[in-house]
Design a protein around this ligand. Sequence first.
Ligand code: SIN
Length: 289
Amino acid sequence: MSSTLTGRPATPVFSDLSPRLGVAVEGIDLRGTLAPGMFARLRQALLDRQVLCIRGQDIGPAEFLATMRMFGEPEIRPYIPHVEGFPEVTTISSGDRDTQGDGGRLVVGATWHTDDSFRSAPSALTALYGVEVPEVGGDTEFANLYDAYDALPEATKHRLAGLKAVHMMKPDREGIGRVRSLAPDVRAAAVPSVHPVVRTHPDTGRRSLYISRNRMDGIVGMDRAEGHRLIDELTAHAIQPRFVYRHKWRKGDLTIWDNRCLIHKANGDYPEGMRRFMRRIILLGDVPV
Ligand code: SIN
């Protein structure tokens, strides 16, 4: 492979991160202008592979924001810790503390979830930029909900057709633990949303499960126990190793994922004292159908 004086490959190189999902690209510098046609390639790679990691970046919040604006409209969450002057660019840090609980370390997103399913139009894409990454641990895991759906028995697919689930910020359910967040309660978040259990991706047209166990209060028209049982079964099915890719972070990774066809999970398993610092941008999405 030919390379420039900076050590970047002269032509961007795409390589799959796992057999099922994820693609990395090397040889792109987001501080400059993308070559003609490159954005379309990146977007298509993300749609095809659900997780796109643009390696080796050295960007500030303005460049991060400009990149993500190509993919969609960033959400603004001024109540979450963010980079000063950039309310769209929130931060996730090994220094985060659970101020609403015991004051201990707070690992944002430590259970399998898709971002903000409690909203009527949940997030489409999320991007994390690795400013500081631990040498050990701190991976993000992704489960492919297209493949999980495709692998279901036909009878189960038939059972799920037309089913809707109630998603809320804090479901009234035993055994899911407190949802730990850096955000204070916001009124809008307290309003439940109803979404199909199987959704069709607006860009790929593919069907996937749409589940997020800790935000799901129940299934419409089912008694609570039966609804919870179904949610648990679908979750256990979706997070089998055969559907999961585990992203080991490198400093300078800008990793974008598609919340419409994945669930993901942060791992807080890096040693105390080791730093992990991420900048995050979440893009607005559509009402799931
Ligand atoms: C998240 O759930 O948005 C955070 C993922 C991570 O920090 O690995």
